[in-house]
Design a protein around this ligand. Structure first.
Ligand code: 5GP
Ligand code: MG
Ligand code: MG
Length: 180
């Protein structure tokens, strides 16, 4: 599995450090606001676990699974809710935790959905940001790392279901997906 990686971009130590930094900021920003921290499955599961442990104030957590239509390397802008939240969100302060923002289409749909449900606020925390590829005006509020325009896997991010368990983020060798 490790042989499929062209280059390691961020180790788990790098990610731990960035989660601590973001967590310190979140602790300040959300003190007294009892945010609902929403993990977007499955890609964000590891980063979510890091982030929530760094929030040193009251917070609740929930999980949502959305699938974006498109192929494995590009989304289309339409999403289907595979698993919705367990709690109503009207009037809540929502913090969405994502693995990566690429075109921004998926998050654009999610933010619209939360606004439609009349939340008090919605902010975005993402491990990775690929700003070069943005087609929607989505700007994350908390970003771990900006990544180049390459297909990355690991630390929750997959290619065809694999690589989520890699303890780092790396660039997948193009040969792996070009053969498919
Ligand atoms: P967007 O709607 O922002 O274009 O796409 C977001 C989703 O596409 C991410 O949550 C992720 O599932 C997938 N995605 C986009 N870029 C990458 C990438 O470089 N690697 C992986 N593994 N998934 C990606
Ligand atoms: Mg995602
Ligand atoms: Mg995926």
């Amino acid at each position: 599995m490790n042989n499929d990686i062209k280059e390691i971009l961020y180790t788990k130590e790098n990610i731990k450090e960035v989660a601590e930094k973001i967590g310190t900021q979140l602790t300040k920003d959300y003190a007294g606001k009892n945010p609902l921290v929403v993990c977007v499955l499955k890609g964000a599961f590891l980063f979510m676990a890091d982030i929530v442990r760094e929030i040193k104030t009251y917070a609740e957590i929930d999980f949502m699974d959305v699938s974006s239509y498109g192929d494995e390397t590009e989304s289309t802008g339409e999403i289907k809710i595979v698993k919705d939240l367990d709690v109503p969100v009207e009037g809540r302060n929502i913090l969405i935790v994502e693995d990566i923002i690429d075109t921004g289409r998926t998050l654009n749909c999610l933010v619209d959905l939360f606004n439609h449900r009349k939340v008090a606020s919605v902010k975005i925390c993402t491990l990775l940001d690929k700003p070069d590829r943005r087609v929607k005006g989505i700007r994350p509020d908390y970003v771990g790392f900006k990544v180049p325009n390459e297909f990355v896997v690991g630390y929750g991010l997959d290619y065809q279901g694999h690589y989520r368990n890699l303890p780092y983020v790396g660039i997948l060798k193009p040969a792996i997906y070009e053969n498919n």
